[in-house]
Design a protein around this ligand. Sequence first.
Ligand SMILES: *Cc1c(COP(=O)(O)O)cnc(C)c1O
Length: 352
Amino acid sequence: MTLAPRPWIFDVPAYVPGRPARDEEGSLASNESPLGASPDVGTSIARAIPRIHRYPDPLASELRSALADYHGVNPEQILVGNGSDELIVLVATAYLAQGGHVVTADPAYRIDEISTRLVAGRVTGVPLADGVHDLNAMAEVEADIAYVVNPHNPTGTAHQRQEIERFLRTARAAFTIVDEAYIDFCDDPENASAVGLLDLGSFAVLRTFSKVYGLASLRIGYLIAPTEVISILRRVRTPFSVNSLAQAGALAALRDREHFARVREHTIKARLEVIDELRVIGLRPYPSQANFVLVPVPDESGAAAHLGNYGVQVRPGTALGIPGHLRISVPPPQGMDRLRAAIRTLSVGELG
Ligand SMILES: *Cc1c(COP(=O)(O)O)cnc(C)c1O
């Protein structure tokens, strides 16, 4: 007998990660924090090192209770995962295996699509309307789970909370996951988090420490969901997926509100500068509420190669399901000049 993978595995699109740049200043491909993590994170991790021979707290109790306070929810409504990507995979395993149906925007956040297809589920992608989720059309789709990414990746566009509320009240999907990986970068108060709507039921909010908190490498995120859903996902997960250093780091990051505010402020200011620079050369970037800017370009690979020559690594839209675009993460303060020079020298040729 020969071992063979399940046939649908061959049809699952591979995740294409962003390429690292040669230095910090030009690493604009993966939406990581332009200011890094709070210095308290390192201190806190160092303090946790003497106990790394012990298994971590499987439920991350201390972090969970701090998160519950922060969001004004019950700790039993929170599950911490090895990045929010793990939580997306757990949802797929528990609720979508063998023919489950998901509705997403098209283009979708890659992991929402990949996780569903990995368990032989089906994805209906509803094309964006004017760069945002077509929530009315998505609400019409009878699915097990609807994924709403707010602000969306790869576009950076956001919905107002009242639009999300209307979707949650009318959606024909049995359950909705609102992925708020970038919600803290919104500067319009109308784009508030859906956490305040949890009493509506039948939906969950997904958050991560990878973006505003700058802990992408530690792999830690969390889901706020009805307790029945949390207890199902606890059955599915491996018990020690979130290591003790990540738990210690996340707790320190959550407590440093000053660093959080600095990252947020820098991001909001810098993304406007990036948008302005792109407009100066005649491009029309999407209006971003996230820590990146998506811009249509006539020659995606030519433009990416040009920026690459300046040491600026961005993400080509093709890898994100939106060919003909570049996604540019907000640079750190010392990377702005280089990005500006790279953009200003983009010639008409590279633009097509
Ligand atoms: C970056 C990102 C995440 C975070 O993933 P982690 O696994 O927590 O690093 C989740 N959702 C979206 C839409 C993202 O862009």
